[in-house]
Design a protein around this ligand. Structure first.
Ligand SMILES: Nc1ncnc2c1ncn2[C@@H]1O[C@H](COP(=O)(O)OP(=O)(O)OP(=O)(O)O)[C@@H](O)[C@H]1O
Ligand SMILES: [Mg+2]
Length: 359
């Protein structure tokens, strides 16, 4: 087990700052995710930790040792990629054994270690097959076994589940998480799928354009997003952003939009105290924190999307549409004029200019 620390870590490709001054600490045995859209620098970060890319600037520490100049093979990391890159002509056994053969581990020990990880991952019966004779999930486990057999200090995984169908992905998600807990190997997991990151990680580092946006537990990212980017990225049904100008009126605080006016609940008057009248802010509220058929606001139902347990109700509020997530049995139809309200303990306010949360 190893603690990993990235200090002012940057990687530039010509003018592109793929990773821009990243600071991150991963505790012994912790499972963290690097989460962000395509091109935000996730893979580049992982490859620097593995030693395949040299940083342009900054440092990588394993415990207190600077690793920048340590060769990849001496870092003792296990990597699993999106494309499992199994050798098609080799048996499952030989695929798993491959890293140990490279290290010239004695034959007997190779046999013991391969059998042990194969048993652990439930692929012992498949050791004689070729990768082409396996299902996607089984291939995935072989790739994991190959990374694990080295008994790495650190596990690096780059979108390892993206080739699997939805059902298998959910199953493997749980298996991976369980396995990581059992082995206690410090893990950095790369994904652009916020559900994957939220369900599996102790902490999540959200990246955008090479820059760290926020580093926190799933709970912190969901309940206390630091900026508009994180607020918009986390959440199965995307959060609503409602723009407006701050006005004060008879002791009330008003969010004045183009075509709508929201009275800001008094719970939030305190935090908005230092915002001048006329400033533009953004109110963010998650669909699950909007309640319909009651409350002080009105809108017209634009579209209803049934999801079984829930429904997404799109409400036209004049200058935009907001989404509410309501119970599936709620009777609501396109064209209905409906009332709605917000859960007044679950609102977020952001400065429109900086995108930062107003605290
Ligand atoms: N070898 C390279 N040469 C030049 N530019 C690169 C190279 N590798 C990555 N980049 C650029 O660096 C940025 C970050 O790339 P990276 O592969 O780290 O993104 P990512 O977050 O892993 O994206 P994805 O989710 O699509 O895999 C991108 O703009 C990419 O085009
Ligand atoms: Mg990538």
């Amino acid at each position: 087990m190893v603690r990993v620390r990235l200090e002012n870590l940057s990687k530039h490709f010509g003018k592109v700052k793929a990773v821009d001054n990243l600071n991150l600490e991963i505790k012994d045995g912790e499972f963290i995710s690097l989460l962000g859209p395509s091109g935000c620098g996730k893979t580049t970060t992982l490859l620097m930790v593995a030693g395949i890319y040299k940083p342009t600037k900054g440092y990588i520490y394993f415990d207190d040792r600077v690793m920048n100049d340590v060769e990849p093979r001496d870092r003792n990391v296990g990597m699993v990629f999106q494309s499992y890159a199994l050798y098609p002509h080799m048996s499952v056994f030989d695929n798993i054994a491959f890293p140990l053969k490279l290290k010239k581990v004695p034959k007997n020990e190779i046999r013991n270690r391969v059998v042990r990880v194969a048993r652990m991952l439930g692929i012992y019966e498949l050791l004689d097959r070729k990768p082409g004779q396996l299902s996607g999930g089984q291939q995935q486990r072989v790739a994991l076994a190959r990374a694990l057999v080295k008994e790495p200090d650190i596990f690096l995984m780059d979108e390892p589940l993206s080739n699997l169908d939805a059902k298998l992905r959910i199953q493997m998600r749980a298996e991976l998480k369980h396995l990581q807990r059992e082995l206690g190997i410090t893990t950095i997991y790369v994904t652009h799928d916020q559900v994957e990151a939220m369900t599996m990680s102790d902490r999540i580092a959200v990246l955008n354009k090479g820059k760290l946006q926020q580093y926190g537990t799933p709970d912190e990212l969901y309940n206390r997003p630091a900026n508009l980017f994180v607020a918009g990225f986390i959440g199965s049904v995307p959060i609503n952003f409602i723009e407006g100008t701050i006005r004060r009126q008879d002791g009330d605080l008003i969010l004045d939009g183009i075509d709508y006016i929201f009275k800001i609940p008094k719970e939030y008057i305190g935090i908005l105290d230092h915002i001048d009248e006329g400033e533009d802010i953004i109110l963010a509220v998650r669909p699950e924190h909007i309640h319909i058929k009651r409350g002080e606001y009105t809108g017209k139902v634009y579209v209803v999307e049934p999801l079984g347990r829930d429904k997404i109700v799109h409400i036209d509020i004049g200058a935009g549409i907001i989404r509410a997530l309501v119970p599936g049995e709620e009777d609501v139809n396109e064209g209905d004029k409906i009332k709605f309200t917000f859960d007044t303990t679950r609102l977020h306010f952001f400065d429109k200019k900086t995108g930062k949360v107003i605290l």
